[in-house]
Structure formats: C-alpha cells, structure tokens
Design a protein around this ligand. Structure first.
Ligand code: SF4
Length: 297
C-alpha cells in the first residue's frame, strides 16, 4: 500500500525530487514557522485535520455542526469501510515491524464486533481479506528483497530499512491550530514522504490537502523538510478485487497556501460560531444528511 512500484520509484527520483529541489518552498510556508504569519493560526480555537481538509460540504456547515452544535454524525457503509481498511493496514504493518505473527481470522473476529450494521459484515470481510493478502505479500516481498541485498544486516536493520514507515503515527497539531492527536496514515522516515490512504472510487484534487497538512505538522514538530506527499487510492471492482493507485506530488507553495486558507476559514466558523447555512444540494451520503435534510437530531 505504501511501497512504490519500480515505475513510481523512477517517477519519484527522476521527476518529483528534481522538481522539488529546483522550485523549492517559501521559507514562511514551512511548518516550523508556526509562530509567524501566515502559518500562525489567527484564532485560539482548535479544529481536527479532517475538517480542515474536507470539501464534502460545499458551505462547510459540517464544521459548524460538529464543533459548535455538537451534532452526532451517522456513519454509512462507505465511511465504516474506510475506517476498517485503515485499521487493517496499520495493524498488519506494525505487527510485522514488531516481529509478531498475525492471522487474519483472529484479527477479524475481534474487529468485526464493532461493525454497527450486521448486513455490512460479510461484504466488508470479503474485501478485508483481499487487502490483508495484498499488504502481507508486499511486506514479505520487501523483507526478502532487503535481506538479499544486505546479507550481513541484522533483523532490526532489515525491518527498519525494508519497511521504513511510521504507520498510524500519532502527533499533535496544536502548533498549527489543530485539535487532538492526529493520526498520520504513514510517514516514510527514510525519504520524508507522507502517505494518506483513501478508500474511494473518485479522485479529488483536494485530497492532496491531507498529506499537505500532515507534512506541515511534521515540519512544525520535527523541523525537517517534507516535500513529497502521496494520496493512495484504494478501490474495489465488482468481484471485490482491490486496485491501488498513487497520486504522488510535490507539496508546493500553492498547496500549502490552500491548506492555510482552509484552516483559517474553518477556524473562523468555529471561533465566531457562524452557521454557513445549507448549499443548494447535498449528497445523501453526507454523515449529517439526517440532520440537515432529514429527520432532525
Ligand atoms: S447535509 Fe448538506 S449542509 Fe449538511 S453537512 Fe452535509 S453537505 Fe453540508
């Protein structure tokens, strides 16, 4: 999931990294400049990363409902499946990193208890097992490849360089006006690359805001430059076979400025308790549809 194919590796080395070096980043847009404008937040309020980046609601009323009115969201199948796949990938990679033997059936027995709708269990299981096989195969391949390249390395070195990932990495985004502990899907600490997993059939340009925001948070904490982001799209065909595509990009000044603009706009909604109102049309899959367009609270 977070490992590059040979083609992606070539694109990274021959295209993206030279572009990042040539164009560079405005110093004032680095996360470590959290104490100065424009990275410094204007308001004392805090807001979660997913709401800064999300563009699902055209007026951003979801921010108001969640943080001002405390309305409870209703998770649908799509959202629950996304949460489950994230947990699976994080668990599997970190288990291998800890040198633990893990079995799908044991993991599933425990996790499936949390699925709120019994009708979702079997469809999710069919897909989860495919993702398990895919990620496990990728990990094993990386380990075997690294062992053959470095026959004299010890086990710890092999693991740290074959799977150089902090998965489900918890960090605080407080310096940038973000609330709670953030969970970064994966951070490649050897190459300074941030990954964000999206279980989605649709590709959206604003999904790039997530790795952008996480990169700026990591810069604010570790004070290392992070120039490359990756949105990993995971989708399934009718036979529940997974397909993975990566959107790799340079986290340039435009993306950073866009993220700051979104953060400031949404912090204002919370700090000034402004209800942005309803757009002309709402998607029925919105987790607040029941409240805005349906049966009320
Ligand atoms: S139902 Fe409509 S207005 Fe309400 S949060 Fe969703 S998209 Fe926004």
């Amino acid at each position: 999931m977070y490992f590059f194919t040979d083609t992606e590796q070539k694109y990274l080395i021959n295209k993206l990294l030279p572009k990042a070096r040539e164009r560079g980043i405005e110093e004032e847009l680095r996360g470590w400049n959290w104490h100065s404008s424009p990275v410094k937040p204007y308001y004392e309020s805090k807001i979660p990363m997913y709401l800064v980046c999300s563009q699902y609601c055209p007026t951003h009323r979801d921010v108001y409902l969640k943080l001002v009115e405390n309305v409870r969201e209703r998770f649908n199948y799509r959202v629950s499946q996304g949460i489950g796949m994230h947990k699976l990938v994080e668990f599997l990679i970190s288990s291998y990193q800890d040198g633990k033997e893990v079995e799908f059936e044991k993991w599933w027995e425990e996790k499936s208890k949390n699925i709120s709708d019994p009708g979702w269990v079997e469809p999710m299981r069919r897909r989860a097992i495919k993702i398990w096989e895919l990620v496990e195969t990728q990990i094993k391949y990386q380990l075997i490849k690294r062992k053959s390249e470095q026959p004299y390395s010890n086990k710890r070195d092999i693991l740290a360089t074959a799977i150089p990932l902090l998965v489900g990495h918890r960090v605080s985004g407080e310096l940038l006006g973000l609330s709670g502990l953030l969970t970064i899907d994966a951070y490649d600490y050897l190459r300074n690359i941030v990954f964000d997993l999206k279980v989605s059939d649709e590709e959206k340009d604003w999904y790039r805001l997530y790795p952008t925001g996480y990169a700026m948070v990591l810069e604010s904490i570790y004070e290392v430059p992070i120039d490359i982001g990756v949105v990993v799209y995971l989708r399934f065909n009718r036979d529940d076979e997974p397909y993975v595509k990566k959107d790799m990009f340079f986290i340039d000044d435009d993306l950073r400025s866009w993220w700051i603009e979104e953060r400031d706009k949404k912090l204002k909604i919370v700090a000034e308790r402004l209800d942005p109102g309803l757009p002309k049309k709402c998607e029925e899959t919105c987790i607040y549809y029941h409240y805005c367009r349906g049966e009320g609270t």
